[in-house]
Each structure stands twice: as C-alpha cells, then as structure tokens.
Write a protein that binds this ligand. Structure first.
Ligand SMILES: [Zn+2]
Length: 288
C-alpha cells in the first residue's frame, strides 16, 4: 500500500472520515483535479460501520463496513482518485451513540496517535496540498472533528525532523492546508425553507440528529472557491455508488432545489496554512 509510483504530477491529499464524505462533500473538486492530471489521494479513517443500510441491502452483504468499502472504491474510481488509504478505525456515530465508546472508535483515539499515522502517509504521498473538514466537521460529526484535528497536527508533524517515521521516511512539509466549508448562505436557505413547511431544522437528517440552526451560525471565511461545473456529471455518477446511503437521491429534493436557486456546483475552502494575508482575494485554484 505504501509504494507510490514515481509521478511528476501535482499531488492533492484529502483526509476524511467515512466512505461517502469524499463524494457528497467535495467530490466535484476531487474530480476536477483528477481531470487536470493532478494525482489525487484519499485517506479514509473508517469504513463507515454505522451508516444506515436499507434492509434490502443488508440481506445480501456481510457487514455495513464491507458494503461501504465497496461503495467507496466505486466512487473513487469514477471521481478519478488515484489511491485510497484506510486507517481502519471505526465509525463513532453521532454524539451520544453507544458506538462512541467502542475501543476502535475514531473519535475515542488519542489525537496524537491518529496524527502520526496521517503524518506518515503525508511523507509517503508527498502532497503539495492537503484538504480536510472544517473545525466543526461540517455538521459536528465527532469523527469529522477528530480527523480534522489529527490532520492539522499531522500537517506540521510530517515536516518535523524529530518525528520518527515508522518506515524511516524523511520529513516532508506540504505547502498548503485547506478546510472544506459548507456554504452558510445555502444552509440558512435550507433552514428558511424547512421553517416554511413546518419542519424542525434543529433535528435534520435521516436520524434527526443534525442541528442545522447551530451549524448555520458558525461562519468560516472563503479563500478558495472551486467551480466544478465541468465535472458535475462525474460527481453525480459517483453519488450513485453510495446507494446504501441514499445515493443520487441525496442530491435531489431540497438540496437539489436550493443548489439550483443559488447557481450551485461550487465547493468552498478556508485556507489554514499558510496563514491568509489580510484582504486576500478569493482564488479559484487550491494550488495557486
Ligand atoms: Zn462522514
């Protein structure tokens, strides 16, 4: 797994928590860079053990982890991701779930330990750009927050001479670190529409455990905006791979409607490193 073929392309590393994060989150951006001949690597920290699987699938498969790993392979191939790297932790579920306490639960691991694993992979992959979740993990999923924190630590750790790499690899310092952010204008619009039709935006999602109002209140600056319209069909095809998680339907309904209203098909990123200059203009390229 740790043999990366020699390549002269630019390299992008995306560090996330579950199968489907790569597609529903920043799938358009990953597909766009893959199309531009950037080597795209994905670290997925868990196998999505706690995803709700429709009963019709459950009869035919051994476990949610197995199915969701296959779904991720399918999506990665369509998006053009060159290589997948698993950390083999376990999905922790939403706050308060029993699975939070599982000994392999990602959110229960010491952040230093996960950071060392990510730092090692950074030395293997040698990316110019690293992207991960924002500090509230998009919608406050404990695994998203855990992998965000580990990635921030790993980003500098990989470049430090006193981090002793398990394979003795030399230090490597990537140039840029970004956090993928959810458009709060989009979210506020969703909250507005939900209120209009009498739904509770404090309890959103399949499991009614996402508080959209509290997420909409946290604003992160946008430093890079990626227009992925040239590959929107690629992203859409990848969503179909995650059939057990709602697949392409996740993009229909409200989300689809609001995306159209706001002229969607953009991903937004906050620049964490190097520290953005004051008054820095919004850029269109993560490598710029
Ligand atoms: Zn996730």
């Amino acid at each position: 797994m740790n043999q990366i073929p020699e390549s002269h392309n630019k390299t992008l590393l995306c560090v996330l928590a579950h199968p489907d994060d790569e597609t529903f989150g920043m799938g358009g951006t990953l597909a766009l860079y893959a199309r531009r001949d950037v080597d795209v690597h994905l670290i997925c920290a868990t196998r999505g053990e706690l995803g709700d699987i429709d009963p019709e699938y459950m009869e035919r498969i051994r476990s949610a982890a197995c199915l969701r790993t296959q779904e991720l392979h399918c999506a990665a191939e369509i998006l053009g991701i060159n290589q997948l790297h698993f950390l083999n932790y376990r999905d922790s579920g939403m706050p308060g779930a029993e699975a939070n306490q599982h000994p392999k639960a990602l959110a229960a691991q010491p952040v230093e330990q996960v950071a060392e694993e990510v730092a090692h992979l950074i030395r293997v992959i040698k990316p110019e750009v690293v992207i991960t979740f924002d500090p509230i993990g998009g919608y406050r999923h404990p695994d998203h927050i855990a992998i965000h924190e580990a990635t921030v630590k790993a980003f500098s750790l990989a470049g430090e001479t006193d981090f002793s790499d398990p394979q003795g690899l030399p230090p490597f310092q990537p140039g840029k670190l970004y956090y993928h952010t959810i458009s709060k204008a989009f979210l506020r619009a969703v909250v507005w529409v939900l209120r209009l039709i009498g739904q509770d935006s404090h309890r959103f999602g399949r499991n009614k455990d996402i508080d959209l109002v509290s997420i909409a209140e946290v604003e992160f600056p946008t430093h890079v905006k990626i227009d992925y319209r040239p590959v929107r069909d690629v992203r859409k095809a990848a969503t179909a791979c995650h059939a057990s998680q709602g697949g392409a339907d996740m993009d229909k309904g409200f989300r689809g409607l609001i995306t159209k209203l706001f002229g969607g098909h953009h991903d937004t990123f906050m620049q964490a490193y190097p520290e953005p200059r004051e008054g820095q203009k919004v850029r269109r390229d993560l490598f710029d």
